[in-house]
Design a protein around this ligand. Structure first.
Ligand code: 3NM
Ligand code: MG
Length: 521
């Protein structure tokens, strides 16, 4: 018998201990296959071999009926006794080469890996697939550390693109994070995960069939999005040109003022009042709520979420993760302002944690923050190579290229503020030259821009690039108008005038005064 071809899309890994009390493990297996599970692993850590064989035989009858391969965890003896389609081993189990020797060439063999080195070794040792984990914290195991999609990506990038070795991710994979993990872990080498391996997300679900259907749909969507991004097919033709983006500003601002969209801000102690007032002045509605316990309820009523890491207590961080997660589940845009990322290792780690758990639609930061984010996500070489002193004062010799590379890499919009602001979605890149130096002399003007982008993102849901451009233009023009006022004599009076001028913005006037130019790279 030759080796079966395997669809790894949704890979059920069983656990009797976590199985939902309303049904037997056998029912969970059958229901999940009916929902779309394409591969099953029987993982029973507490059964002796005879009992394991007994259970495996029953499970195998079900999987055979539905033509889905069954793999046995760790115990090759069981796999051989039942003649299942293959086995899965962990790093601490029997070695991959030994397992292959026992199983022969025609069985499916997988191994758990947590580092690029382990993945490369698995490839050399003749594995058919690797389980990459642990991705997120999970109650099923107690991992020493989690990889997050960024760690998963590092492993995918360590593998040759065209080698037949397949990859699945494992650890805390659920309906709500599947798409994100698949999209975000896609490697620059063109490697995309071949599937998601799931324990609790299926066996503990009240409806295993529905849970499997959801996982399959989310996996396929994520896979398709990832391949589109990798092929650079983010359809240019569908996107508005820079001029169209500028011309759309009046309508965006008018709609924003009409609708007054509610934005959940997890902001910081220093600027919270100013970001709330700037949002109100613009026409939006701010809710400044730093408690994780209400994030889920809020996610149902808000239109966007701004995560500002300026105040870094554990409870703020928890709230940001919770709010981000629920916003993702409900497709509400998330804006990340990684305040001070790079200044301390806690800030850097927190930014990485958010990027690993939340799909961020727009990242807004200054040059230092964007440089740190680039480093976190592995855009390192690009940014470091470009760092240098330049006349723009951004710290980069080619800031537009840095912003564009990060946007491409993270599949999001990146806005870098400074004397000149740069915005890119990886395809379109612009420089905005508006603004006044007074904006740099009060605290929170950058945070206010993130809030303004948050309000516009709630309106411009299909084009976050346009939202970022609009958010920056609005506040920069208000800054120019405020600084020009006779009654503004310094930062203090500027601060008050700035809020006034945000409220006074005339949509058409902003278009006339905008100094924005497209950058071809
Ligand atoms: N292996 P859940 S994590 C079985 O990291 C297993 O290799 C892991 O369970 C690894 O889907 C894990 O409930 C448990 O989070 C996954
Ligand atoms: Mg494992």
């Amino acid at each position: 018998m030759s080796k079966p071809t395997v669809d790894y899309s949704v890979y059920l890994v069983t656990d009797s201990g976590l199985n939902h009390p309303s049904r037997t493990l056998l029912q969970s297996v059958e229901d999940s296959i009916l929902g779309g599970v394409t591969l099953v692993q029987l993982r029973e850590k507490d059964l002796d071999t005879p009992a394991f064989i007994d259970l495996a035989r029953k499970v195998h009858e079900i999987t055979k009926k539905h033509n889905v391969p069954l793999l046995i965890n760790d115990n090759i003896e069981v796999a051989l006794a039942i003649d299942t389609e293959g086995a899965h081993v962990g790093q601490d189990d029997i070695s991959c080469t030994e397992a292959r020797r026992l199983l022969g060439p025609n069985k499916i063999l997988g191994i758990s890996t947590g580092t690029p080195e382990e993945a490369q070794k698995a490839l050399a040792d003749g594995a058919d697939y690797i389980g990459i984990g642990t991705c997120f914290m999970t109650q099923t195991k107690s991992p020493k550390r989690t990889l997050g999609p960024i760690g998963v990506r590092a492993i995918l990038e360590a593998l040759p693109k065209d080698h037949p070795l397949k990859t699945v991710v494992i650890g805390g994979i659920k309906r709500d994070n599947t798409r994100r993990v698949v999209e975000h872990s896609a490697g620059r080498n063109g490697r995309i995960l071949d599937g998601v391996a799931v324990v609790t997300g299926i066996v503990s679900a009240s409806d295993a069939k529905a849970a499997s259907q959801d996982l399959l749909r989310e996996f396929r969507t994520g896979y398709e999005n990832a391949s589109n991004y990798l092929q650079g097919q983010v359809s240019k033709e569908k996107k508005k040109s820079i001029d169209e983006v500028l011309q759309s500003f009046p309508q965006l601002l008018t709609t924003l003022r009409e609708k007054a969209p509610l934005t959940h801000h997890i902001s910081n102690y220093v600027v919270m009042n100013d970001t709330a007032n700037a949002t109100l002045a613009l026409g939006g509605s701010p809710i400044m709520a730093p408690s994780a316990s209400e994030a889920q309820d809020l996610s149902k009523v808000v239109s966007s979420v701004v995560l500002n890491i300026g105040t870094l207590t554990e409870s703020f961080v928890e709230c940001m993760l919770e709010a981000g997660k629920h916003a993702n589940a409900q497709s509400k845009p998330v804006i990340l302002d990684p305040v001070g990322a790079g200044a301390t290792s806690l800030r850097e780690a927190t930014a990485a944690r958010i990027l690993n758990h939340v799909h961020v639609d727009i990242i807004k930061g200054n040059a230092g923050e964007i440089s740190t984010i680039s480093k976190i996500v592995g855009c390192d070489s690009e940014s470091i190579a470009m760092r240098g002193v330049d006349s723009l004062g951004s710290g980069f010799t080619n800031p537009a290229a840095v912003v564009q590379a990060l946007a491409k890499r993270e599949k999001c919009v990146v806005a870098m503020t400074g004397k000149i602001d740069y915005v890119s979605d990886g395809v379109r890149t612009v420089a905005i030259e508006n603004g006044h130096e007074y904006q740099g002399r009060i605290t929170g003007s950058g945070c206010m821009i993130a809030s303004s982008i948050g309000s516009f993102a709630a309106i411009s849901t299909d084009d976050h690039f346009a939202a970022a451009v609009a958010g920056i233009l609005a506040l920069n023009l208000a800054g120019e108008h405020a600084a020009a006022r006779d009654d503004v004599r310094g930062p203090g009076t500027f601060r008050a005038a700035f809020i006034d001028e945000i409220a006074n913005l005339k949509p058409e006037q902003v278009v006339k005064e905008a100094r924005i130019k497209a950058i071809q790279l």
